[in-house]
Design a protein around this ligand. Sequence first.
Ligand SMILES: [Zn+2]
Length: 87
Amino acid sequence: MKKILNNLLTFFNTENDDTFYYVRIERNDKCFCNSGKKYKACHYPDHQKKSRVAVKKISETTGEEQIKVLSVKRLRKEYYRVKSNVN
Ligand SMILES: [Zn+2]
C-alpha cells in the first residue's frame, strides 16, 4: 500500500517539476494559432478582454514548446518562471 502511495507521489511530483519556464508571446509576434496574423491582430484582443495571456511553456530539459493561455493572475503568481523574449 505504501509503495503505491509513493508511486503516486512520484507521479505528481514529476507533473509539477520545476524544469520549465514561460516566454510571453508579444503583441507583435505571430499568433500561436498559425493564422499568420500578429498576436495583437488575432487572439490578443480576446485574451485582453478575459485577462488572459498567451505564453510558450518551454521545457528546460527537452526544449519542447507548448502554447498555454494563462490568466494574468496565474502568471503573476508564477512570475519567477517568466523569462523575457530573446530576439
Ligand atoms: Zn490567433
